[in-house]
Design a protein around this ligand. Structure first.
Ligand code: SF4
Ligand code: SF4
Length: 321
């Protein structure tokens, strides 16, 4: 069970396939690769077919023991469930969005560049570089009561709620609903982008007040959410948020996410932050993306094994910084 796994392990590597990533083939490949590399905890978007894809990948890795799947759900306004949208009338076809998109979610069409919604994870990098201001972010909202039951029926191990909003009432209402529908481990993914330190802590305390001790993960998220380089700087915000929760001695497991990379576990250690896990998303995907998108990914052992060595090093960097 995930609760035992959390109790008995530190510095767990969690692969984040992307809360907004609906590309089943990519999720299957990532799950296969990282499961074989030693990852035991997988975070996927809240769609039954994506859970199936992750399971297929784990099965293909040949190791199914102690493999746990978490689905991520967000609140309207949470960037993790945003999708980029290009106004074709404004686009000047400079290609800058294509250059920066780590998800390969941008493609050129006849008259402008376009977004593949299934691949877009809402990181916003394309919008930042667009000289024509033709990209906006569209926030998707879903009714938790509608989307959770079919996911829970799939036998998931954890639900992660991205509690990034300044609407306290709405956050608590959705949290209560999740708690009423699901009795397993829950994760609160939260950052400092919309709340000051005191309000952040008050929100998490309030959310934990209806939970049994150590049945919840607090995932201290960085902002911006996607890491680029493999340096210490990208995780500073996540570590700063984690420090708030650690100092409060909350009865929950502490994870880091947001800009995480091979240095994150070490940075936490250097700062005296003791994490139960590090969730790595963009960086983990970027490291192996040239392998993942190859047609011979499943059939070319040399290619798979090269990617596997890269994935293993990243998993190991979290466990043994
Ligand atoms: S850069 Fe980020 S927001 Fe833009 S299309 Fe790619 S994944 Fe989506
Ligand atoms: S960056 Fe903006 S102007 Fe350039 S191709 Fe992308 S959408 Fe068009």
């Amino acid at each position: 069970m995930l609760s035992d796994f959390l109790k008995n392990n530190n510095r767990i590597f969690k692969l984040v396939c992307g809360a907004g990533n609906e590309d089943a083939e990519e999720v299957e490949r990532l799950s296969a690769l990282y499961s074989k590399a030693g990852c035991k905890f997988f975070d996927v978007s809240a769609y039954p077919e994506i859970i199936d894809a992750a399971r297929r990948g784990i099965t293909k890795s040949g190791i199914t023991k102690e493999r746990y799947i978490c689905v991520s759900v967000g609140i309207k306004g949470d960037p993790h469930i945003d999708k980029a949208d290009i106004n074709r009338n404004l686009c000047i076809k400079c290609g800058s969005c294509w250059d920066v998109c780590l998800q390969n979610a941008v493609y050129a069409s006849e008259n402008s560049y376009c977004i593949n919604n299934k691949r877009c994870i809402g990181c916003g990098k394309c919008r930042q570089v667009c000289p024509a201001k033709s990209i906006s972010m569209i926030s998707k909202s879903s009714n938790i009561a509608d989307i959770l039951p079919p996911l829970i029926d799939k036998g998931i191990d954890c639900i992660e709620f991205h509690a990034v909003s300044n609407n306290e009432y709405e956050v608590q209402e959705i949290w209560n609903k999740i708690n009423s529908l699901y009795s397993g481990v829950l994760s609160i993914c939260i950052d400092r982008s919309k709340l000051g330190n005191e309000d952040l802590l008050a929100r998490v305390r309030n959310m934990l007040s209806i939970r049994e001790p150590y049945t919840t993960i607090i995932q201290a998220d960085g902002a911006p959410m996607s890491g680029g380089e493999d340096d210490y700087k990208t995780t500073l915000q996540a570590v700063a948020a984690a420090e708030i929760f650690q100092n409060a001695s909350l009865p929950a497991y502490l994870f880091l996410s947001g800009g995480t990379n091979s240095k994150s576990s070490k940075l936490a250690e250097l700062c005296g932050i003791y994490v139960s896990g590090v969730a790595v998303g963009s960086y983990a995907r970027k490291l192996v993306s040239s392998y993942i998108k190859r047609e011979d990914f499943w059939t070319n052992d040399k290619i798979f094994n090269e990617a596997l060595e890269i994935a293993k090093r990243l998993v190991e960097s979290v466990k043994n910084p």
